[in-house]
Design a protein around this ligand. Structure first.
Ligand code: GTP
Ligand code: MN
Ligand code: MN
Length: 591
């Protein structure tokens, strides 16, 4: 036992009595312990060691083929009152849910070991950090949590002997039965129960479950924010760094933007980009009244397919050691890994993600890696990890950016008129489905602040919380922007080059924050003067850029109608302010 905290000890005892494991092992985070667990997982075939020269310390794991992604339909927010979960979450009465799940956990760990994982979300000792304890019967979970969070005794030191402020996570793989898979949050009890899954997003309970769903609820009650945002810093040649956070829906480029490599035009001047986080930000006003952000995580859980030396070299380099690969192809020739989009040279002697022999050169109708296959890599491996990554105070945020995939509607970039208007922009965020992902192309899915699957309470109350935070921050509040890298031409090709070149847009945002750039007022917000976006070295002329910045009034009238429909979901809980914002937009568009 690594703590004297009675709240922890009593709860662990209770859960042990319920799950009835053969033994209980407390994870102290020591190298010896983790090595012994790795050896054990390798001996049972749960994990495979990869090429020690090419991928030192790296492991491969396959999940059950029925268990490869987050399952929103089986994810619940069990607040006591249904209205507190809101229209965007599945809800069940907590008493009912405990009654349903308790028998499923009863004796589920017989013949197995229960691992007790103490972890900190956020740097140890940070005023923004929080403690969690996850109980699990999976070594895979232990090893992943060790990469994604700060695991071990130090987390308990942060908690102290009497505090009850820790999140109780209970996970069992059980028998990975999809019919009985549940990912359940009890926000009022600081509790998460997950059963019948072994896939990352469902079982690494520090991540989406705690750091977004439970933490968003805590943040509302405690005056801070938990957001689905990357955090990056842009360092100018004079050494001054401006920090930006950005929320895009899943698969819209957070990890890419967070690790961007400056284009030549900025690199030669000495600009640098630093990654603080690629997925989650916890934000709280600091002593000087500005909004400070930490990345509560300690690693990256990134999508593997499509990651390559061109699209995201920093992410690829991050995965070259001490990384766990899940559901990628196993190259038997040199005991390495492969995924679609890594290079044009698929392995001939390989095992695909479900465990069947696979020849990447001839079996072209079968995928080597699952489209949602992942790498779990330590943040410290990242070549551009920020020197402030472990700063307990976090970094001051100058700008918050929203974005998504919009083929026609949203311009390349615009700035909100003020914080309230910015909350409106975030609350109406949307992304269009792509041809690759589903049958129907261009279907708009509204995903406010990219939090649709992750907000742990009523989304109307969440909007109100954003508005309150703005009141509190006053003129120290970050400026709010919206970007769209995904405008397409008539043939459906992306017009903007994206990736590293997105820095050209970020540089206008930085200039706006410093009061160094002008803007043009449009009905939807402030836009850059076209000549203020640096196009040096790009294949794009000023007219194309003007097209990217164009606001199509008819499309925006349709957009406003869509927002009306979406807002109707929230009934009385929709803040009056957002209704005013929508009316004001319609006014500006000219009815
Ligand atoms: P989660 O980690 O699931 O929350 O998602 P994410 O926001 O980190 O998404 P990720 O960075 O993994 O998204 C990758 C997808 O976005 C890939 O299909 C990329 O090709 C695409 N992408 C990223 N940046 C750009 C860009 O600037 N332009 C274009 N056209 N595509 C981009
Ligand atoms: Mn990501
Ligand atoms: Mn995410």
């Amino acid at each position: 036992m690594l703590t004297n905290n009675k709240n922890v000890l009593n709860w662990v005892e209770e859960m042990v009595a319920l799950c009835k494991p053969d033994q209980v092992v407390w994870i102290d985070g020591s190298e010896e312990q983790l090595k012994a667990l790795t050896d054990e997982a390798v001996s049972t075939g749960e994990m495979e060691r990869l090429n020690e020269e090419k991928l030192p310390g790296c492991l491969l794991h396959r999940t059950n083929p029925n268990d490869v992604a987050r399952v929103e339909a089986r994810t619940f927010i069990c607040s006591r009152k249904e209205e507190d979960a809101g229209p965007t979450n599945n809800w069940c009465d907590p008493k009912e849910m405990y009654a349903k799940l308790t028998p499923m956990y009863d004796g589920v760990m017989k013949g197995r070991t229960m691992y007790v994982i103490p972890y900190s979300m956020g740097p140890i000792g940070s005023p923004l950090a929080k403690v969690g304890v996850e109980l699990t019967d999976s070594i895979y979970v232990v090893l992943n949590m060790d990469i994604m969070t700060r695991v071990g005794k130090a987390a308990f030191e942060n908690l102290g002997d009497v505090s009850n402020d820790f999140v109780r996570g209970l996970h069992s793989k059980a028998d990975v039965d999809p019919e009985n898979r549940y990912i359940v949050h009890f926000p009022e009890d600081n509790t998460i129960w997950s059963i019948n899954s072994g896939y990352g997003g469902n079982v690494l309970l520090g991540k989406k479950c705690f750091a977004l769903r439970i933490a968003s609820y805590q943040g509302k009650n405690e005056g801070w924010m938990a957001e689905h945002m990357l955090i990056l810093g842009i360092e100018a040649p004079n050494g001054e760094t401006t920090y930006i956070s950005a929320a895009f829906p899943s698969a819209c480029g957070k990890t890419n933007l967070a690790m961007l490599i400056p284009p030549e035009v900025y690199a030669k001047q000495g600009y640098k980009v630093w990654t603080v986080g690629d997925d989650i930000a916890w934000l709280k006003p600091g002593a000087d009244g500005r909004l400070y952000a930490i990345n509560p995580e300690n690693g990256f859980f990134g999508v593997a397919p499509g990651t390559n030396m061109k699209s995201n070299p920093n992410a690829l380099k991050t995965t070259m050691k001490d990384t766990i690969f899940t559901n990628v192809a196993h190259n038997l020739d040199d005991n390495t890994v492969w995924w679609e989009g890594l290079d044009k040279n698929p392995p001939e002697h390989a095992v695909e993600w479900t465990g069947k022999p696979w020849n990447g050169k001839t079996d072209t109708d079968v995928k080597g890696a699952h489209p949602n296959s992942r790498f779990t890599a330590p943040a410290r491996n990242c070549p551009c990890i920020s020197p402030e990554f472990d700063n307990p105070q976090g970094v001051p945020i100058s700008a918050m950016v929203f974005g998504g995939r919009r083929a026609k509607t949203a311009p390349l970039v615009y700035q909100s008129f003020d914080w309230k208007h910015g909350v409106f922009v975030g609350s109406t965020m949307a992304s269009e489905t792509t041809a690759a992902a589903t049958g129907a192309v261009g279907v708009v899915r509204r995903d406010p602040m990219a939090m649709l699957p992750f907000c742990g309470y009523h989304m109307g109350d969440y909007f109100a919380h954003w508005l309150e935070m703005g009141e509190k921050l006053g003129d120290k509040a970050p400026k709010i922007f919206n970007v769209n890298w995904f405008r397409t031409d008539d043939e459906g090709h992306f017009i903007w080059p994206g990736f590293g070149d997105n820095m050209r847009v970020l540089m206008w945002i930085v200039a706006r924050c410093k009061g160094e750039a002008d803007a043009v007022e449009t009905p939807i917000g402030y836009e850059p003067k076209p000549e203020d976006i640096n196009l040096e070295g790009l294949d794009i002329d000023l007219d194309t850029l003007k097209g990217l910045l164009n606001v199509d009034i008819d499309l925006w009238k349709e957009e406003a109608a869509g927002i009306h429909e979406f807002y109707a979901k929230f009934g009385d809980k929709l803040p009056e302010e957002l209704k005013h914002q929508l009316a004001a937009l319609e006014e500006r568009l000219g009815k």
